[in-house]
Design a protein. Sequence first.
Length: 226
Amino acid sequence: MRRLFFLINSFLLRIKRGRKVKISNNSKINLGCGMTVHNDWRNVDGSFNALISKFPRFIIQIAYSLTGARKSFTKQDYVNILYENNFIHYDLRFGLPFHENMATHIYTSHFLEHLYPNEAELLLKDAYKVLKKGGVIRISVPDLEYAISLYPQEKKDMLNKYFFINNVNNTFSNHKFMYDYDSLSEILYSIGFQKVERSKFCSGDFPNIDTLDNRGTDSLFIEAFR
Ligand SMILES: C[S@@+](CC[C@H](N)C(=O)[O-])C[C@H]1O[C@@H](n2cnc3c(N)ncnc32)[C@H](O)[C@@H]1O
């Protein structure tokens, strides 16, 4: 059943390729949001959950039992998260579905590593264009430096957790690349960001950070300013 959902989802994402979604000026955009969302934000994800978020409530309730969501959410929470937030269903390998100079903030947590490096760079270039001058992107990814520091003690666990996530039913959950502070900041500077800074879990004045930041120990946090 999940394989079928994945195939339908992939087909619909392909149809939407290249579309632009109208958003208001000064928007805040959350990329690869999963279910970690806030209703002040435009939350973009390619998942089946994002697809059905605009469906009638009873369909979301049926999907709850079929998608595996019950492992992580109560039915009520699942329905409320999808129903009450603003999701955009889009495959971010195709870049960002927004016009230039529309956003003040972009957030992305544990998503970039799900893209190949060329796809991630394309996406970050688009993010730069969609941000207004002075806008900021906050990025959280699994920290390669941290993963390597675990290597001697927890080799098998670390390899499965960080490098070789490989799910044949849902290739969106696979990891395709890893970053440390130096490699990611180098990419951001090469795209044109003026200032790149290391940040910390739930630290700083980025809007709604307490809701959005959700992975403390294993993550690298970076903010880049246009
Ligand atoms: C590990 S989850 C992170 C979710 C959330 N940002 C968080 O921090 O909890 C990665 C998310 O990226 C999404 N994703 C992976 N590849 C994608 C793609 N090509 N386009 C859009 N979303 C994608 C998945 O559907 C999933 O929701």
